[in-house]
Design a protein around this ligand. Structure first.
Ligand code: ADP
Ligand code: ADP
Length: 225
């Protein structure tokens, strides 16, 4: 069974904009799918519906066979704007979801420290977001999403606000984490280089109307070799 099953999903916004038309997508466990397409083709709308932040006009979205009806901890989100809690440190930000799960403080810190190290932020545990560069804030957001151990990671242009060199570093970091941990990832981008560097499948969308035009396997990059 697919982990995520999107079936004949359409989305028309009030006012009549057709953002998405009759879209099918099956995401298998351990897939890292990049969704590539021009601005306005419905990429964010599709991801937001999988996240449960918006709902389809028609069609269905199922995660592990259960219809998606709202946001949930089984989906980890990373947006372009870092969306960290500014009043919490790196460590506290990464612990946030773990605390909600009722984990003891010692366990929260142990789990969080592991993910903070994995994204290369060891030593920055007690920094606040405003003391960090954009890339470091996005590393924190990634660690926070991973720490919750979601079934699927949903990423909407997460590196779009970073400079070119930082973007490439972050792409290599994410690709390496996916290779090491076999996470399932759905990643939206309008950058062709990013879309074909990361992951194992590229889904290409067109804006006229919002629709998947092709779904292709891509050769896996091994940034560390
Ligand atoms: P992308 O992420 O590919 O740039 P979006 O999913 O953001 O595309 O948008 C797809 C289309 O839907 C665009 O025409 C956009 O203007 C429109 N749209 C997105 N969100 C809304 C909204 N909340 N209300 C009305 N139209 C929207
Ligand atoms: P993205 O391409 O990353 O989706 P946008 O600038 O298109 O970024 O959208 C940012 C926010 O504005 C989203 O919440 C989206 O739903 C909303 N939005 C986009 N287009 C419209 C629109 N035509 N009318 C109302 N809201 C919109």
């Amino acid at each position: 069974m697919s982990i995520l099953d999107i079936t004949r999903v359409s989305k028309t916004f009030p006012g009549g904009t057709v953002a998405l038309q009759a879209t099918d997508l099956k995401v298998e466990e351990n897939d890292f799918i990049t969704i590539l397409g021009p601005s306005g083709c419905g990429k964010s709308t599709l991801l937001r519906m999988v996240a449960g932040l918006d709902s389809p006009t028609t069609g269905s979205i199922e995660l592990d066979g259960t219809p998606v009806t709202g946001p949930g901890a089984d989906r980890g989100m990373v947006f372009q704007s870092y969306t960290l809690f500014p009043w919490l440190t790196v460590l506290q930000n990464v612990c946030f979801g773990l605390r909600e799960k009722g984990m003891t403080l010692a366990d929260q810190h142990a789990v969080a420290a592991g993910f903070i190290a994995k994204v290369g932020l060891k030593g920055f545990e007690n920094h606040f977001p405003k003391q960090l560069s954009g890339g470091m804030q996005q590393r924190t957001a990634l660690a926070r999403a991973l720490a919750n151990d979601p079934r699927i990671l949903l990423m909407d242009e997460p590196f779009g606000a970073l400079d070119h060199q930082t973007r490439e570093l972050m792409q290599e970091l994410l690709q390496g984490i996916w290779e090491a941990e076999r996470k399932t990832v759905l990643f939206v981008t309008h950058d062709i280089d990013e879309a074909i560097f990361m992951g194992n499948r590229v889904v290409v969308m067109s804006a006229r109307p919002g629709r998947i035009k092709c779904d292709l396997p891509v050769a896996i990059s091994h940034p560390r070799h």
